[in-house]
Each structure stands twice: as structure tokens, then as C-alpha cells.
Design a protein around this ligand. Sequence first.
Ligand SMILES: Cc1ncc(COP(=O)(O)O)c(C=O)c1O
Length: 557
Amino acid sequence: MPPPSTMRSFSMTSSSTSVLTSPPTTPFYSPSRDYSPVVSSSSSSVRSASSVAAPVSSSAGMPSPTLSNGTSSPVAAPSRRKAITLDTMNQYLRRADYAVRGRLAIRAEELREQLSNGDTSLPFDEIVNANIGNPQAMDQKPITFFRQVLSLVQYPQLLDNEFADKIFPRDSLERARILLNEIGSLGAYSQSQGVPYIRMSIAKFIEERDGFSADPNNIYLAGGASSAVSSLLTTICGGPETGVMIPVPQYPLYSATLTIANATPIPYLLDETTGWGTDTKYIGSVVKNSIAKGVNLKAMVVINPCNPTGSCLSREEIKDIITLAAEYSFMIIADEVYQTNVYEGEFHSFKKVLCELQRDFAGKFDDVELASLHSTSKGMVGECGQRGGYIELVGIDAQVLEQLYKLVSISLCPAVSGQVLTELMVNPPKPGDESYPVYKAEYDAIYKALKERAFSLFNAFKEMEGVSCQEPKGAMYLFPTISIPPKAIKEAQRRNEEPDQFYCLELLEQTGVCVVPGSGFGQKDGTYHFRTTFLAPGEEYVRRIIAFHKEFLQKYS
Ligand SMILES: Cc1ncc(COP(=O)(O)O)c(C=O)c1O
């Protein structure tokens, strides 16, 4: 048996000593690697020789402490060495990698600073952050109704202002009063699971979306979907035997959180040839193989619509995944934060498909465990900075729910302002309300702009030599394949970079456009991609990408 440090699966770096000081140089997914879990104690796998602290003598230039009676202390002098160093800190955190804010993003910030310091030597005059789905950092405007109600609940004195009804529409004032009545002060902790009234609103929204009932007691508000994922995985994971299936490519929140939890990610590849679809027969074989290798398979993450691929699952694909979950007893974590970012076809929620299966096949699907996530960061809301979102849990053991409740109560509650925004997202103005026309116009304009930008970028990629891209169906991203010439691959190897990271770094240095290499999300061995958002306005940055790509191919062919 190889030593744990080499067997430890899914490490996202090639070298455990370089992780925080230099970028990872290997993709986190490689079909050729052994992904079997470490079932023996893993603590030794993360302890390096230097982490075993050498005894520190008081001869390090420090006098022994003197007691008040003038005698020397028998206790050794405290050392000036830090207790927490790179080698003694949590090595699971040290290993975790999050490419979206990784090397490229850091370099982009350096270049931005250079530009703002008046450096005119760069071949561009602005940085385009196409690396992160952060709509309001681009040009997406907040929905007026949401911000009106948020301002009123933050500063309730406005409600009594004599000009209030001249500044705010009646329904904004009314909603703020209702929320304040339910919440009290925004400055007070709420129930740990979230304000009951807001959970009822969310349940009503889910019922209207799916046509099946939802229980407010099964809804947990969260500080964005990220914090919901962290709570869920903390509840599920019990060491390296725990396996959680994650898609490849995936949003690296999942691999990073599993690394920190010292659990074992079980990658399943999405199929680029079918528009990044899920092949259930193949996924079934991944399930069987991992169980045969001794993994305690607890959950499967599905991101739909998908970050980074921009694909959407069909109802049939969802049904097949639920059928596998019923057969092999694992929980489904359905990340549905992009449920309104759908440009082709229709969004099918896992909850709805599960309820349909439960209705149509009595008993067969009753034990399926599902956690669905939603967020205020995406869609036409795009309020990433407000940190709102929720999980709906279905079919979860009541005692496990108690433990999850305990976990979330340790953090007291999610920000109440984020909870309010979540309520507004799920209960926006309706036809007939004073704010509805403005809300509808704003919502439709954001949707239209996103769709246009998605297809304009997609059409540009279609025209580029050596680039192929699946049609954008949902989310905020395109994930084109790039064929990187062998000479460029050699150059990347010489620089100890992944070829797609090298490509993306060059793109950034030449154009100021920041994207994320496919290796940060995982990709099939021998294929190269990058992920770009389509949030940036205008065509200028697209022209810069096209010109760069042409030059890159010429230079390295
Ligand atoms: C698939 C997916 N899930 C979750 C998140 C995290 O979102 P939040 O801002 O709600 O934490 C993101 C953010 O980009 C995402 O793409």
C-alpha cells in the first residue's frame, strides 16, 4: 500500500509544500490517478517533518523571565517562534485550492494596481474580470424594489418621513412594514434557521415553482449558497472514508470544502460531446467502483444550470440521477443557484422531479435525501455581496436535522439583511402591484442583456480556429475547449505551468482579460479549457481575446 501522502486522493496540488506560496501545477482531476480513499488514519499524511516542532531552548537570545521575587522562572522562556506556521496550521486548508480567486485573479489585481498608478507600458488600459460571476462588479444594476425595501428595513425611520410616499412606492413601504413587524430589528439575531416568516415565503415560492408542497421547517436560510454548502458538507463528512461525488468540471467550492473536511471527492466526468450532459450508466459505474474500493459514498453534487459549463440538465437526466440515489442510497446536493439563468429550454428542479417520481412510483423514492440550494447572488438579482440564500432539505433523517440545526446555531444566524433579500427574491412584486412595471422592465432587461452577451461570445468562439464551445443554455459562463499547440505545451512545461494556465496568463498579460483555466475546475486529461463569464458589457474585450488567440497560435505553431 502506498504511503498515505501519495495515496491521499484528489489533492489539488502537486506539492503539499508549495500550495500557499506558488500556484498549483497539476489539474485536480486526472483519470490516471488513484482516487481511492485513505482509510487509515490520515493525520500522518499531512504532517511534514518540519511540522514536528523542535524543542526551543531559552538560549535564543532571550533572558529567562524573572519572577516578582527576583528569582528566575523554572519555566523555559517563551519562544518568539509563531505557534501557527505554514507547516503547523491546518494542512487540509493549506491543500485546498480555489482557482476562481487564484493565481490569475491575483495577477489581475497587480496589473489593475499598475494601471491605477499611471503605468502606460501595458498593452491595455483596463482589466476585464471575466473570472468571477459577480454581476454587480460588472454593469448589472440592483433591482430597484429590492434596494428600496432593504433601505427601509435598515433605516425604519424613513417609513415615518413625511416624504416617504413620494420617494417609495406604496408596496415597498408596505413590504418593509410587514418585514419589520415579523423581524423586529435587523440588528437582532434571528432564529438560527432563519426568520420563520421568510421561511414561509420561501416555502410558498417553492410550492408555486414546483406544484408540490414545501415545509418551512425544512428550509435553512444561509449566508449565500457557499455557507449552505459548508454546513451541509460539515454535517455529512466524517473523514476520508466519506465519499462525495462531484462533477468534473465543477465549481471548486466543492473540491475545496471537501479537502478542508478531509473527505474524498469522487469525480464524475460530464460529457462534453453531449453538451456536458450526465451519462447515468457511466455515473452508475463510478458509484459501483467507489463502493467496491471501500468508499462510504454519502452524497452526489449536481450543479444545474452548471458552473462552469453553462449546461442545463433535462428532466430525464435528473430522473436518472434520482433513480441512482434511490438505488445506492446517497444524498443529492442540487446546486440550483442559477435556476433563473436559463436561456434555452426550461429549468427543472430536483425537488419537482423527485416529487413527481414519489407520486408516480409509490414507495420507491420515499427515502431519497435531497438538499437544494438557491442564492441571491445570481439570476437577475445578482446581489453577491449581500450574502443571501437557502437550502431546502427533503427526506433527511430527523436526528440529522437536529445536528444540522445545532451546527447552524453555533454561528447564531445568517445575516438578517441577506435573509430579507432572499424574501424579496422569492416574493417579488406581482402584476397589479405599484412596483411591478419597473421590476418587470428591470428583470427583463437584465435577462435580455445576459442572453445577448452569452450568444455574442459564443458566436465569437465559434469563429475562432482551434476553439470549440457548447451552446450557452444557462448560468453565466462559457467553457470553451482550446487546442493548445505542442510548442506552447512545451513552453508551459518549461515554466512549470498547466498549458491552459499558461494560455490564460498570457491572455491576461496581453489583453487585461482575466479568465480561469479549465484545470481549476477539472477537465478530462489531455483537454484544455478556460472559463469566462459573459457578464462584461461590450464587444471590445471579445475582440481582444480573438486577436490574442490568433497571435498565440501563430507564435506557437
Ligand atoms: C454553482 C455555484 N454554487 C454556489 C456559488 C456560491 O454562491 P453564493 O454567492 O450564494 O455563496 C456559486 C458562485 O459562483 C456557484 O457558481
